[in-house]
Design a binder for this molecule. Structure first.
Ligand code: HEM
Ligand SMILES: *[C@@H]1O[C@H](CO)[C@@H](O)[C@H](O)[C@H]1NC(C)=O
Ligand SMILES: *[C@@H]1O[C@H](CO)[C@@H](O)[C@H](O)[C@H]1NC(C)=O
Ligand SMILES: *[C@@H]1O[C@H](CO)[C@@H](O)[C@H](O)[C@H]1NC(C)=O
Ligand SMILES: *[C@@H]1O[C@H](CO)[C@@H](O)[C@H](O)[C@H]1NC(C)=O
Ligand SMILES: CC(=O)N[C@H]1CO[C@H](CO)[C@@H](O)[C@@H]1O
Length: 353
């Protein structure tokens, strides 16, 4: 039977469709990745690592979706201060102040640290000590986005855990404050090779989660920020009656727990919570990007994935640099239980054989 024009068209369309689906996956996997990271890093050494994380986080979020925001922010802080090396997880109390004791970090959710350590235990039980805490943080952030309704994407893996504490000063120097204007934010992130589109897309992380009054009362008292919409300002004054209130409120009033483009709709309506958010709309160089994301969620998702993959590779340790921590909050050299833990790992491994 001859191929009719109609069936030919059908074939053509369906093969184009196949090709384009294939390309989408391929395109993702041809994103530039740094030497030493790979899309298939644990395929042989711990093939279940990602499914263990996904399964466990589904349970955690069913109970408390707010933890998704905590985990996403944890990855951002880890990567911005000294690279995505798990240094944000190190508990400073034993050996002097660390990243955890610096002001921006005081509001990281306690529970996020516990969730990461719990995931590490589950993964190391399955595979031995082969998956780094830094990779677990990166995968957990991805799953937090996806399980909150956002895009799914592959995370390049193979990060090693750092040996150095990030100092309080490094934390302050690398995490811009919420009071910063757009030009300061752009300059600060340009130092990490993130361009204006990356900055606006990454700020979309504020589509989920909460902030404390202290992060925005400077926009209410003593004088109200004129770029803030009036009824929104009144509502915020109810939540934070004075400049020293300790209440919290949501970052995205339209859909506080859903990863979507409503954060940009908030900004267009002058209902962004922080100066660092709202000024992305006030500022000429970023306003058009905000508007385009407010109008086109698919575009936001696409740019967010690009920026997240970039951020997730900032100053990573690979190969034989750093280590794979046996406890995410402690360097192995400070870990008095390590000897017995390693034995346990070996036992788990031989059981699996
Ligand atoms: C661009 C500069 C950024 C600034 C100035 C900033 C600032 C802040 C501040 C002040 C808070 C609230 C802290 C509090 O008051 O409790 C916060 C929360 C949050 N940030 Fe950012 N952030 C920035 C970028 C990012 C990025 C790149 C992401 C991730 C892609 C992100 C994700 C989050 C999330 C999810 C929360 C909510 C955390 C929770 O509910 O526990 N932020 N951010
Ligand atoms: C950290 O910053 C403080 C004040 O800005 C300064 O006094 C101190 O010397 C700095 N510490 C280091 C280790 O750079
Ligand atoms: C942004 O903030 C910086 C630092 O506070 C200030 O020097 C600069 O003038 C501000 N830029 C704009 C456009 O407001
Ligand atoms: C906290 O916010 C709620 C409204 O969300 C408000 O009723 C309450 O008075 C606030 N508490 C304090 C201590 O400001
Ligand atoms: C809060 O307001 C009081 C009086 O209005 C002022 O003295 C104080 O410095 C303010 N505190 C902050 C953190 O802005
Ligand atoms: C000084 C201080 O309160 N540090 C805290 C920083 O955050 C971590 C995790 O929430 C806490 O364990 C620290 O005590």
């Amino acid at each position: 039977m001859a191929i009719t024009a109609k069936s030919f068209t059908y074939l053509l369309i369906s093969s184009l469709f196949l090709v384009s689906c294939f390309c989408a996956k391929e395109a993702q996997n041809t994103f530039p990745i740094v030497n030493g990271l790979s899309w298939s890093f644990y395929d042989y050494s711990c093939p279940k690592a990602e499914s263990i994380i996904r399964k466990q986080l589904k349970k955690v979020f069913k109970n408390d979706i707010g933890q998704a925001a905590g985990l996403l922010r944890l990855h951002f802080h880890d990567c911005f201060v000294q690279g995505c090396d798990g240094s944000v997880l190190l508990d400073g109390s034993a050996s002097g102040p660390s990243e955890q004791d610096a002001p921006p970090n005081l509001t990281l959710r306690e529970k996020a640290f516990e969730i990461i350590e719990d995931l590490r235990k589950r993964i190391h039980k399955e595979c031995g000590r082969v998956v780094s805490c830094a990779d677990i943080v990166a995968i957990a952030a991805r799953d937090s986005v996806y399980l909150s309704g956002g895009p799914e994407y592959d995370v390049p893996l193979g990060r090693r855990d750092g040996l150095n504490f990030a100092t309080q000063n490094a934390t302050l120097a690398n995490l811009p404050p919420p009071t910063a204007n757009a030009s300061t934010i752009l300059r600060s992130l340009a130092a990490k090779n993130l361009d204006a589109t990356d900055v606006v897309a990454l700020s979309g992380g504020h589509t989920i989660g909460i902030g404390h009054c202290g992060s925005f009362t400077g926009r209410l008292y003593p004088t109200q920020d004129p770029t803030m919409e009036k009824t929104f300002a009144e509502d915020l004054k109810g939540i934070c009656p004075t400049n020293s209130s300790t209440n919290t409120t949501v970052l995205d009033i339209r859909s506080p727990n859903k990863f979507d483009n409503k954060y940009y709709v908030d900004l267009v309506n002058r209902q962004g919570l922080f100066t660092s958010d709202q000024d992305l709309y006030s500022y000429k160089k970023t306003r058009g990007i905000v508007t385009s994301f407010a109008e086109d969620e698919a575009l936001f998702f696409e740019k967010f994935v690009v920026a997240m993959i970039k951020m997730s590779q900032l100053s990573v340790l690979t190969g034989n640099q750093g280590e794979i921590r046996a406890d995410c909050s402690v360097r192995n050299s400070d870990n008095s239980y390590l000897a017995s833990e390693v034995e346990e790992d070996l036992e788990t491994k031989s059981e699996l054989r």
